[in-house]
Write a protein that binds this ligand. Structure first.
Ligand code: ZN
Ligand code: ZN
Length: 183
């Protein structure tokens, strides 16, 4: 959904959108398991920057909600995560800040992004907001034991016998001593 500056010049835009999995491209790190819901409004903020220059910013206020599924970074089992994020963002025309003018609007509570051409694609803004909420490494639980590097068994579910077969050479020396003492 393209939010056009031209349309915002006439009136604010209220949106209440639902995006099925696949409608917004998130990359290979996780899967969207239900519709992504987003509700909010877009409005135009005109910055007056001297010499009669006006900059048309898009302010995007709203929230985004989506259920995601990751693979655990250690054992690869699915990990569910709910994203529920509120946002209040300002998008400026790309290139307008190159002159390093001081902005006339308050930037304290907002984040600044940029739009190109006639407006802002809502999907792009939502993708960014969701990615800000996703972990770098998802774990199914803090103490996940992961997969055995030798046999690939999930060590949270079952104990394998690889350690006994592939014993550490440092322990072998100790075992030798033990045997000698016992005989
Ligand atoms: Zn795990
Ligand atoms: Zn094993």
């Amino acid at each position: 959904m393209l939010i056009r500056v031209r349309d915002l010049e006439l009136q604010n835009l209220e949106f209440d959108e639902s995006f099925q999995p696949g409608a917004i491209e998130f990359g290979p790190d996780f899967r969207q398991t239900g519709p992504l819901l987003s509700k909010g409004r877009a409005e135009l903020i005109v910055e007056h920057r001297g010499h009669k220059e006006n900059v048309e910013d898009i302010r995007l206020v709203g929230k985004v909600e989506v259920h995601l599924e990751f693979g655990c970074a250690r054992c690869l089992e699915p990990v569910e995560q709910d994203v529920n994020r509120a946002f209040d963002l300002i998008y400026r025309p790309l290139g307008v800040d190159r002159r390093a003018d001081e902005a006339s609007i308050s930037e304290a509570d907002t984040e600044i992004g940029y739009y190109q051409g006639e407006g802002l694609l809502l999907e792009d803004a939502l993708r960014e907001q969701v990615l800000l909420e996703t972990p770098v490494r998802a774990l199914c639980r803090e103490d996940c034991k992961g997969l055995c590097p030798h046999c690939g068994r999930n060590l949270n579910v079952e104990q394998c016998h690889c350690e006994q077969h592939l014993s550490d050479p440092r322990w072998e020396a100790l075992n030798e001593i033990k045997k000698k003492l016992q005989s």
